[in-house]
Design a protein around this ligand. Structure first.
Ligand code: MN
Length: 357
């Protein structure tokens, strides 16, 4: 594995490359062209400029999170072939700049959904949190406004104000899209991009839906071991792989995370490792990374990744806000840095233990 951190780019992220460079063991960043829109073609010159900026800090780009998918591709809308063509050209441009891992998601309307961005924990830190009761009490149009006050002046990925202004329109686009149609549209997209992925050796890594169930009646398909295996078999190519996100698959307590990792051997191209603490099956918060602070056995999760021979980029995921840091919710420096070194510690212990067998 390679330890990385997500970085949203100069002007968007409250954390600098210089700070990330000083987190022990972190050698790469996962980044994006944050000001591009879904469906837009990424110019090679812009990718190169981003790469040069990252490399000047002593880090490198370990992958892209995300190249977002236009809603016409997800719904099978009239302009999908045009947007897929742009996506193919974007992948080619990334490949030419020696970037070989792309994370994306196939979630309708809302990316990850949390109902609180700053739940106060007993130690005084704040964390992102979710309760089904809060979602059930809202109409979708109010979802953005309900959390906007806690964004600390940042733009959260998937929650761009321009996009949220069109929520009603977006819902209308998905009116006739059910799980089966979403699967079919994903297959259509993957079949179209696999040749360029093979040509430039680009590993596509689909991010699971978060939470791993339907919200507001929208279809959600990347939620369970059964569905993710279906998705891999329907386009059976090693470049068609997954982002294993423990915090997203883990929202559904029925998902056995170490078992899922083992069943996805060879197809996990990127790993997000974080812990959740559950108060009930539909009320949880994003806990500090160590096992003792939440519900998951993080040792077993990292051990499963080690045992399947995972070599891709791994990153701590959302962190709490601690020590007075004001940052994009979930993406402050301090708690993610603690998470990175904790995962590195687990990995070292597992690796040395295995060698001494
Ligand atoms: Mn994730």
């Amino acid at each position: 594995m390679e330890m990385t951190m997500r970085w949203f780019g100069t002007g968007f992220d409250t954390v600098t490359l210089r700070q990330i460079r000083q987190v022990p063991g972190v050698t790469g960043v996962i980044t994006t062209l944050y000001d591009t829109q879904p469906g837009q073609l990424w110019e090679q010159a812009r990718i190169r400029a981003l790469k040069e900026e990252v490399e000047a800090s002593g880090l490198h780009i370990a992958g892209i999170e995300s190249v977002n998918i236009h809603d016409d591709i997800k719904t099978g809308g009239g302009r999908r072939d045009e947007y897929i063509e742009n996506y193919i050209q974007t992948l080619a441009n990334l490949g030419k700049e020696d970037i070989h891992m792309v994370c994306y998601n196939f979630m309708p309307v809302f990316d990850w959904t949390r109902t609180e961005l700053a739940r106060v924990l007993p130690d005084g830190s704040t964390a992102l949190a979710y309760t089904q009761e809060a979602v059930d009490a809202l109409v979708p149009e109010d979802m953005f406004n309900s959390i906007a006050g806690d964004m600390n002046g940042t733009v959260l990925p998937g929650w761009e104000p321009e996009r949220m202004a069109k929520v009603k329109e977006l819902f209308a686009m998905y009116r006739d899209v059910d799980d089966e149609k979403l699967f079919a549209n994903l297959k259509y997209f993957l079949e179209a991009i696999m040749p360029v992925c093979s040509k430039y050796d680009i590993n596509m890594a689909i991010h699971p839906d978060d939470p791993a169930w339907s919200v507001f009646g929208l279809p959600r398909i990347i939620t369970s071991e059964e569905n993710i295996l279906r998705m891999m078999r329907m386009v059976d190519d090693p470049h068609n792989g997954v982002t294993f996100c423990s915090g997203s698959y883990g929202t559904n307590l029925k998902n056995d995370l170490p078992h899922m990792i083992r069943s996805l051997k060879g197809r996990i191209h990127f790993a997000h490792v974080r812990n959740l603490k559950f108060h009930s099956p539909t009320n949880f918060e994003e806990a500090p990374h160590p096992s003792a602070c939440g519900t998951f056995d993080m040792y077993e999760i990292v051990k499963a990744l080690y045992e399947i021979g995972f070599t891709g980029p791994i990153r701590p995921d959302h962190g709490r806000s601690i020590w007075g840091e004001v940052a994009m919710p979930g993406y402050g420096l301090y708690d993610r840095a603690l998470g990175a070194t904790y995962i590195e510690g687990l990995w070292e212990a597992i690796e040395k233990g295995a060698r001494r067998g």
